[in-house]
Unconditional design. Structure first.
Length: 285
């Protein structure tokens, strides 16, 4: 298989998240909210601290920052323009129009030096083809003594998600063919840079000091098969588009998935996961 260039992989990731953006907040938001709030709690911003949500998605970390620091002190950015547009709408609906949202590549951060006391990145570092470039950019925009934090996934209970993936491939074989080379490259990237010990190493190499690692557990309750299926289909939106499914075919796929997963017990829809926060600091001097 040909090697995927960092630029091509980045474009693939951007298109993937743009495709998923409209369904991200309603279906995936509940799953990512607890890690976002925990990351911000571990960063412990003070009232008035300038805060950045890097690779913001729908702005979950930005909202958590706003509760602690004040919405007028918070900025957010993502390199996926549809995600940024969706985040703007979500933040406005949440009564946080003061939060600034920009389209910006995490590997080309353009904020001035020393712009923020806190930077939070929820499950983004493992998707950066050049993480050291991104981390050095984060260090540059931190004020002296400022802190940056990153989350990564740990273990989880996989049975119902594995069943969903298997059935979706049975129903829509093209999903398994779409972007196969990119998915392999992304899997390698996430596996390499998503481990907490690797993030600790990268932060040290980028020049951060006082690096801390904490592990957390949480449970995301999807309640029932329809809710779970809708969440997983939202995440697979890019592949479904490339499979050229019409509305009727999509409805049939959803119906078949819901019927199949409805045999699982209520407890199976409570997805339990471990996640990690890694926090680094810019030297005060």
């Amino acid at each position: 298989m040909a090697r995927v260039s960092p630029g091509a992989l980045k474009a693939y990731i951007r298109d993937d998240y743009d495709a998923a953006a409209p369904g991200w907040e309603p279906f995936m938001g509940p799953y990512f909210r607890v890690p976002a709030e925990r990351l911000v709690a571990d960063l412990a911003p003070r009232r008035g601290d300038r805060c950045l949500d890097l690779a913001c998605g729908s702005g979950l970390v930005a909202r958590a920052f706003a509760v602690r620091a004040g919405a007028a002190c918070v900025s957010a950015c993502d390199f996926a323009p549809v995600q940024v547009r969706e985040a703007r709408g979500v933040l406005d609906a949440a009564g946080m129009p003061e939060i600034e949202v920009r389209v910006m590549d995490a590997e080309r951060i353009t904020y001035p030096p020393g712009s923020f006391e806190r930077v939070g990145c929820g499950f983004g570092l493992n998707h950066f083809p050049r993480p050291l470039v991104a981390l050095r950019g984060v260090l540059r925009v931190l004020s002296p003594g400022g802190r940056a934090g990153f989350t990564s996934w740990g273990s989880f209970s996989p049975s119902i998600r594995e069943r969903f993936d298997e059935r979706l491939l049975d129903l829509v074989p093209a999903v398994g063919e779409s972007g196969a080379g990119f998915e392999t490259a992304l899997g390698r990237l996430s596996g390499r840079n998503g481990r907490p010990e690797r993030i600790i190493e990268l932060l040290a190499r980028a020049g951060f000091v006082g690096v801390e690692h904490r592990s957390h557990r949480f449970a995301a309750d999807y309640v029932n098969a329809p809710t779970f299926v809708d969440a997983m289909l939202a995440r697979a939106e890019r592949d479904l588009r490339q499979a050229n499914l019409g509305d009727t075919e999509r409805a049939e796929v959803r119906e078949a998935l819901v019927a199949d997963l409805s045999r699982f017990g209520r407890h199976e829809f409570v997805v339990r996961r471990t996640f990690h926060t890694v926090i680094g600091r810019r030297a005060a001097g």
